[in-house]
Write a protein that binds this ligand. Structure first.
Ligand code: ADP
Length: 573
């Protein structure tokens, strides 16, 4: 420890940078021996200003790294207790920063900052936040009293630190091994779970495939059953018509004035038989009409029609049906150039008017015609009991009758039949009703038959999504000859499944469906690239205007075969 200049609390080092507070310690490195002393003093200063053990070792090691190559330099230890307390060690020698000592890089990894200038290198390390002026005064006192030890002492301290460091490394390694083992275990668990999930998925997939196969089979069965039903209805009603007509003929004969006289009782009873038979015949005829329409055995006989004459005939025949207090007002229509099937048109209107008269106790039942956008609209309006909102979607279904006061005889076949005829004539039938206020049924027809089917577009498959079976049926009929296959879905969820499986060319979608809005289906499809490409035609009862994501919007009130063909051509063309 010879020739070493060392002092505690010496003068502040002056230079061209911000003056630092009074140094804690400074020393000069005269020879190799002093490197050990520098290391030891570094550790002591770090301990005195409250650094933790690890930080003490950092400071000591950084100093010995630099000190080894900085013989002749002066080292000053200073502490700042400003907002960010830190220990600053400055190593000064002429030109020391021109080619910094080898250990500078190592010191840089151990300290927070290492700043190299021409004649000085400064090393900074943050201090614990609680270090204040008292602590520094205390540190200065301690350091002034402590004397540097020998190089050997410092070597043994260094050894001890090395052993501690090695132990720490070993502990870290053990911890790492444990972690690795745990990770492996977790991985095995994840793999097992993955395998189990894959198996379950495969099983579920098999189930879904089987379910779809069953569904297809059921659909085929349903179609067959429907055809069988139509055949049955046609046959039975046909077979029934003859005997019922015979009964009516026979009763008429018995009641004839020229026949054997009957007792008043017998006359009364025969009258009842005759009424029942007439009622039965009406129902049988309804069935037969519907069966014929279902099996597409009705063909329109297109010819010019005098609408005023049709209205006049209905006015004459139906007036007797109006209850006292009910006004039947059939307006005289403006002359119109109309080509349609007069018989079918009359059947539809008679059906609508009979219903209106049946369900109206007071007020009016009216009918009027109007040509709008090149189509004929005939409205039948009444001030009757109206149709409950919950039932409005179903009145066009076969055999559906509204319960309660609405069940006034009938078969529940009139409206579905009328709608079928309207479709056959290239038109549509729609309804609005306010319970307790009345109903309006509107028939819209083309003024003449649409162009022959030759210019119809052809697509492989179309999906019709509507919760109303009758509405799906109307579209199915319009799509005949346009789509090779027509798939149907009653809700958004099954629509998504069918669209995924069948990839239809077009989807006709009802916007308002209970349990899954049509708009949600559009959004769900937009998320799947293959489905996002399928054009969606929104079919709506409401005036929807523009629907985001839809290729086109069709109002139910103008849902004709021509309109359907045009929209298919438009969205697929
Ligand atoms: P039905 O032969 O029973 O009249 P429809 O198919 O013609 O069969 O009508 C189905 C049901 O719709 C009727 O039972 C009735 O409840 C209801 N309905 C039809 N038209 C009207 C109307 N103008 N006012 C009130 N309810 C009506």
């Amino acid at each position: 420890m010879t020739g070493r200049r060392e002092a505690a609390g010496g003068d502040a080092v002056t230079g061209d940078w911000t003056p630092l507070p009074e140094p804690l310690l400074w020393m000069t490195l005269h020879g190799d021996q002093d490197v050990f002393v520098l290391r030891q003093r570094g550790r002591e200063v770090a301990a005195a200003v409250g650094m933790e053990h690890q930080d003490q070792v950092r400071v000591a090691t950084a100093l010995s790294e630099i000190g080894r190559h900085a013989i002749g330099a002066t080292v000053t230890f200073t502490a700042e207790v400003s907002a960010r307390p830190r220990l600053v060690i400055v190593v000064e020698a002429d030109g020391i920063g021109i080619s910094p000592p080898e250990g500078t890089a190592a010191a840089g990894r151990l300290m927070d900052e290492v700043h190299v200038e021409r004649d000085r290198i400064s090393l900074t390390r943050r201090l614990p936040a609680q270090v204040g002026p008292e602590r520094l005064a205390e540190a200065r006192r301690t350091l002034a009293q402590s004397l540097p030890t020998t190089a050997l002492d410092e070597l043994s301290v260094q050894n001890r630190q090395l052993v501690t460091a090695l132990e720490e490394v070993q502990a870290h390694r053990d911890e790492l091994l444990t972690l690795n083992a745990e990770l492996e275990e977790t991985n095995r668990g994840v793999m097992a779970l993955y395998t189990q999930l894959s198996e379950e998925l495969e099983q579920t997939n098999q189930g879904v495939v089987a379910l779809y196969a069953e569904l297809d089979e059921r659909s085929a069965q349903l179609r067959e059953a429907n055809e069988a039903k139509s055949r049955f209805l046609a046959n039975v009603s046909h077979e029934l018509r003859a005997p019922v007509t015979a009964i009516i003929g026979l009763t008429r004969l018995l009641l004839d004035a020229r026949s054997e006289p009957l007792t008043p009782d017998q006359t009364h009873q025969l009258g009842l038989v005759q009424d029942s038979a007439a009622d039965l015949l009406a129902r049988v005829n309804d069935l037969l009409d519907l069966a014929k329409a279902e099996s597409n055995r009705i063909e329109a006989d297109w010819a010019p029609v005098d609408l005023a004459a049709v209205f006049g005939q209905l006015r004459g025949t139906l007036r007797p049906l109006a209850r006292p207090g009910v006004q039947l007002e059939i307006a005289e229509p403006d002359p119109v150039d109309l080509v349609t099937d007069e018989l079918l048109l009359t059947q539809i209107l008679r059906n609508l008017l009979t219903n209106a008269l049946k369900f109206t106790d007071a007020g009016t039942v009216g009918m009027g015609a109007l040509v709008l956008d090149g189509r004929l609209h005939i409205a039948v309006a009444d001030t009757g009991i109206g149709i409950p909102f919950a039932e409005q979607r179903r009145v066009f279904e076969e055999f559906h009758q509204v319960r309660g006061a609405h069940q006034a005889g009938g078969t529940g076949l009139g409206l579905p039949y009328a709608r079928r005829l309207a479709t056959l004539l290239g038109g549509g039938l729609s309804m609005v009703s306010e319970p307790g206020e009345g109903s309006t049924f509107t028939l819209d027809l083309p003024l003449r038959p649409s162009a022959p089917d030759t210019d119809l577009p052809h697509v492989p498959a179309v999906l019709v999504v509507d919760d109303e079976a009758a509405a799906r049926q109307v579209l199915r009929e319009h799509l005949a000859g346009i789509a090779e296959h027509v798939h149907e879905a009653a809700d958004a969820r099954s629509a998504l499944a069918i669209a995924t499986r069948e990839r239809p060319s077009v989807i006709f979608l009802d916007l308002r469906m209970p349990g899954g809005d049509g708009a949600e289906l559009i959004a769900a499809m937009a998320g799947v690239p293959e489905l996002a490409r399928i054009p969606v035609v929104v079919v709506t009862g409401a005036d929807a205007g523009h629907v985001p994501g839809a290729a086109a919007v069709l109002a139910k009130s103008v849902l004709t075969r021509r309109a359907v063909a045009d929209v298919v051509a438009l969205v697929t063309g």
